[in-house]
Every structure is written in structure tokens, then in C-alpha cells.
Write a protein that binds this ligand. Structure first.
Ligand code: 2BA
Length: 109
């Protein structure tokens, strides 16, 4: 058995969890914080048999592809002293960091 830890963007967390549940996988969602940006992200824990690991990673890939989004620059929006108008900037969203760990023992009591 393996434990898959998938760290994903907050905006993909719920969709990904629903997709995995729909495929019959049990999932635990943790609210986590990235150490570098100190911003919230989502970590999903999925325990599966060895042969299901690739199928789970395929679902993660399908739901969390790295893509571009236009957003209004939040720094400019939040600064009322700024003489600059809010302007849209392109940012990367999505993507996933995945760890696959061996599970020594699994019990439900
Ligand atoms: P990613 O590499 O896509 O990582 C996204 C988040 O995944 C990370 O958030 C962290 O929560 C987790 N993560 C990634 N690699 C990990 C690992 N080896 N062990 C445990 N958790 C891991 P943040 O730490 O906030 O990083 C956000 C983004 O900032 C990273 O995106 C990367 O592009 C950049 N980054 C992170 N550390 C960096 C560093 N030391 N120097 C330069 N850029 C860094």
C-alpha cells in the first residue's frame, strides 16, 4: 500500500477531492501553508494499493494542470494611495507536488 500526498493550489483542492471520491478513492484534505510563499495551499492524503498509484496521479494531473490566469494585481488593488490603476497580470495557477510513500501498516479500528 502507498500513501500519496499531493500539495495543490487551494482553487483546485475541492474539485480534485470530488473527482477522487467519484472514482472511489478515500481522501483526507489538510489546509497547509507553503514554506516559501507563506501562502495557503491544500494537501490531500490518499491511501491506495500499489497498482492504483498511477491512476490517482492521472486524476491529479487532469484536475491540477499548471495554467495561466489573468488577475487584477492585488497589490495595486489594496493600495488606495497608489496612483496606478488596477491592471490585470498573468499568473501561473495549478500544478501539484506529489509524494508517494510506502505504508508499513494500515488499520481501521
Ligand atoms: P512549487 O515547487 O510548485 O511548490 C508548491 C508548494 O508545494 C510549496 O509551496 C510547498 O508547500 C510544497 N512543496 C514543494 N516542494 C516541496 C518539498 N520538497 N517538500 C515539501 N513541500 C514541498 P511554497 O513553499 O510556498 O513554494 C511556492 C513556490 O515557490 C514553489 O512552487 C516554487 O516555485 C517556489 N519556491 C519554493 N521554494 C523556493 C526556494 N527555496 N527558492 C526559490 N523558489 C522557491
Amino acid at each position: 500500500m502507498k500513501l500519496i500526498l499531493a500539495i495543490v493550489h487551494d482553487i483546485d483542492g475541492n474539485n480534485l477531492m470530488s473527482a477522487l471520491n467519484k472514482e472511489g478513492y478515500s481522501v483526507t484534505k489538510l489546509a497547509t501553508t507553503g514554506g516559501f510563499l507563506k501562502a495557503g495551499n491544500t494537501t490531500l492524503m490518499v491511501g491506495v494499493s500499489d497498482e492504483k498509484v498511477q491512476a490517482v496521479i492521472d486524476v491529479i494531473r487532469a484536475k491540477c494542470d499548471r495554467r495561466k490566469r489573468m488577475v487584477v494585481n492585488p497589490n495595486v488593488m489594496g493600495n488606495i494611495e497608489s496612483s496606478m490603476d488596477p491592471f490585470p497580470v498573468e499568473i501561473d495557477v495549478g500544478g501539484a507536488t506529489i509524494f508517494v510513500l510506502d505504508v508499513d501498516r494500515f488499520e481501521k479500528i
